[in-house]
Design a protein around this ligand. Structure first.
Ligand SMILES: Nc1nc2c(ncn2[C@@H]2O[C@H](COP(=O)(O)OP(=O)(O)O)[C@@H](O)[C@H]2O)c(=O)[nH]1
Ligand SMILES: [Mg+2]
Length: 328
């Protein structure tokens, strides 16, 4: 047996054991698998491939809104009202280590002790300043969480860039959290949020202006016609004391039932996978290009020649692709 085979066998064995342990509920194994996936380890594709057959049965709930809107506090409350075990992915970089710190405390506790006392596993995901990678990495981590038996996965994210919109597309249910007096006026609500919100939450409704904001959002519900007939409900909450959480759970359950009643949820997932498959293919193609000896040095050479006008990128790039992939 060659060394390469031996290395592959050892890796396969290692991955098989890791996935077996995380599926049995071992929190350390789960944390390790997620780190390997997040860091794009050579083991990551094997881990994901082993997890995928055990994924797909969880409900994914995206929670988006401005920093400080109370998303972490809300998710923490919701997590305790859900049936079955829960996974939480906090993509919001401004929290959970600051502000509410509720999730932050939980993460610190879990990661130092390596346990979860109540079946809720929380993971904070770093943005690392890299554009584009966050949505992929969040989607992959969700697969690992599902394989570990989580029935509900919350994905908390600040609703700003394209990455965050992509993360939301990963969700079955999207909750947009608004707060009175934070500039969440009708204008900013109109800007795209109406299309992604399945449920509106007006959190911090203990503050002045909650009624006015509610009226503004309700006035816009008529725009929801293209939402397939679902009118996104508006739920008022005070996440810090739990008021309105029961109503929000009811809204989530009602939406989920509507979504999966006549195949809309499945259609959403198909649309999502359509994009994802193309994205995965782009990644695979780049890997192939690299593996077939297209080095940084070669890239530099082409770049120099093209910049100097001695090479034509419109002729050279198709030629490079043909040569690498023997496309006739
Ligand atoms: N007054 C009030 N404060 C809240 C409410 N919900 C959350 N908070 C506080 O708002 C701050 C930010 O909450 P956090 O959950 O970290 O917000 P996130 O950045 O959206 O995740 C914390 O200090 C919370 O205790 C609420 O309904 N009313
Ligand atoms: Mg937060």
């Amino acid at each position: 047996m060659t060394t390469a085979n031996l290395v592959t066998d050892t890796r396969n064995e290692e991955v098989a054991q890791l996935v077996e342990r995380l599926r049995r509920g071992n929190v350390r194994a789960l944390a390790r698998a997620i780190s390997l996936v997040e860091n794009n380890s050579p083991l990551a594709p094997h881990i994901l491939s082993s997890c995928f057959p055990h994924a797909g049965n969880a409900v994914r709930i995206g929670v988006t809104g401005s920093p400080g809107a109370g998303k972490s506090t809300l998710v923490n409350r919701l997590a305790q009202s859900m049936d079955g075990s829960v996974g939480i992915l906090a993509v919001d970089p401004t929290s959970p280590f600051t502000g509410g710190a509720i999730l932050g405390d939980r993460i610190r506790m879990q990661e130092s002790l390596g346990l979860s006392d109540d079946g809720i596993y929380v993971r904070s995901m770093a943005t690392r300043g890299a554009l584009g990678g966050l949505a992929r990495s969040t989607a992959d981590v969700a697969i690992v969480l599902e394989a570990s038996g989580k029935r509900t996965i919350f994905i908390e994210t600040v609703g700003v860039g394209q990455d965050e919109v992509d993360i939301v597309r990963l969700a079955d249910v999207t909750i947009v959290v608004l707060v009175p007096g934070m500039g969440d006026d009708v204008q900013s609500i109109k800007a795209g949020i109406m299309e992604i919100a399945d449920i509106f939450v007006i959190n911090k409704s203990d503050r002045d202006g909650a009624d006015r904001l509610e009226k503004e959002v309700r006035a816009m519900q008529s725009y929801a016609a293209e939402h397939g007939g679902w009118i996104p409900p508006v739920v008022l909450t005070i996440a810090s004391n739990g008021a309105g959480i029961d109503e929000l759970v009811t809204a989530i359950v009602t939406f989920r039932e509507w979504l999966f009643a006549d195949g809309r949820g499945q259609a959403r997932r198909r649309a999502y996978w359509r994009e994802r498959v193309l994205e995965m293919m782009r990644g695979e193609l780049m890997r192939e290009v690299r593996e077939h000896g297209f080095t940084d040095a070669e890239l530099d050479e082409h770049a120099s020649r093209i910049a100097a006008g001695s090479e034509n990128p419109y002729d050279v790039v198709p030629e490079l692709v043909r040569r690498n992939f023997r496309v006739s």
